[in-house]
Design a protein around this ligand. Sequence first.
Ligand SMILES: Nc1ncnc2c1ncn2[C@@H]1O[C@H](COP(=O)(O)OP(=O)(O)OP(=O)(O)O)[C@@H](O)[C@H]1O
Length: 343
Amino acid sequence: MTTTTTTEGSAIVTRGLTRHYRGPGKQTVEAVRDLDLEIGQGELVAFLGPNGAGKTTTLRMLTTLVAPTTGTAHVAGHDVVTAQRDVRRSIGYVGQGNGAGLQQLGRDELVSQGRAYGLGRRAAHARADELIDDLDLTAVARRKVSTLSGGQRRRLDIAMGLVHLPRVLFLDEPSTGLDPQNRANLQELVRRLHRETGSTVVLTTHYLEEADALAERVIVIDRGRMIADASATTLKRGLRDLVVLGFDDESAAATATTRIARVGAEALVEQTGSEVRLRSRGAHAEVSDLLVDLAGQDLAVRSVEVARPTLDDVFLELTGRSLRDAHEGAATETKQDEDEVAA
Ligand SMILES: Nc1ncnc2c1ncn2[C@@H]1O[C@H](COP(=O)(O)OP(=O)(O)OP(=O)(O)O)[C@@H](O)[C@H]1O
């Protein structure tokens, strides 16, 4: 059965999308709560949030792998509950595990995937060769999957997700576990794919830098709820720069902290050893006035660093917690696999 949403041009539309699981002690875990979302054709979107925020559950509902408890979701115009086959035909999904079979050659995996999506033998071979070319997989394609590096396997997984030219590509934490160089390569690959194919790309990440560098739109998720939805630039607009002033020693920094707090031009003064950290809206203008004032007090500033706001600052502003801390805290929680509340 094919259903069509009323929202023209949208790749993804959700209304009140919610998923509960049964957690330890039989209490209900609200993994995703009341998500209203609209993602247009051709957008590149990142779901950003700490461990356990609900990113994977959202992706699994949008890819028909998990049924919503309540609410609705349409992907490429099809209902994820009543038109699962249509949804699956329209999407590519690269999950957190490696999708490729270990003993197969990379190219054979691509061909098998094409066949699984209904391509004829000749078409599946042609598509595999096209992807090998496009994604620079020539060396990878001739080797057994078990011998590939983490970065090579992720690239092969992405190629497998693209075999049937999906309208919407979902990537669940594509660069987790990769070293910085491979992460940068993978991000470049995603950017290029998005540019060249015009597909909608939705990825999850808990790397702030990745969301910042890659996505046109960042949807911040925390504790199952969407708490922000905008471009990284818009999210950071209005937040203060971080200014770190270095002094000769702790006592000079303490005197400077008192002075800065008294002058009151800057906000959130905090001393750590011989450094003073503060937030400033117009760091460049304010800091030069401050340096003149401190020099007038015989307080020599030995170093000045000014950092623009990051997405971590956005998360802190929204939740009162740093994303990095939230991430570590949640990582200690246990997952109760296979103990799901029936939808
Ligand atoms: N199968 C399951 N059974 C019970 N609880 C689950 C299950 N899957 C997820 N959860 C719980 O649902 C919440 C959301 O988990 P989810 O995996 O969606 O988060 P996430 O943002 O993708 O995290 P990560 O970055 O660690 O992948 C967590 O509290 C998690 O423990």
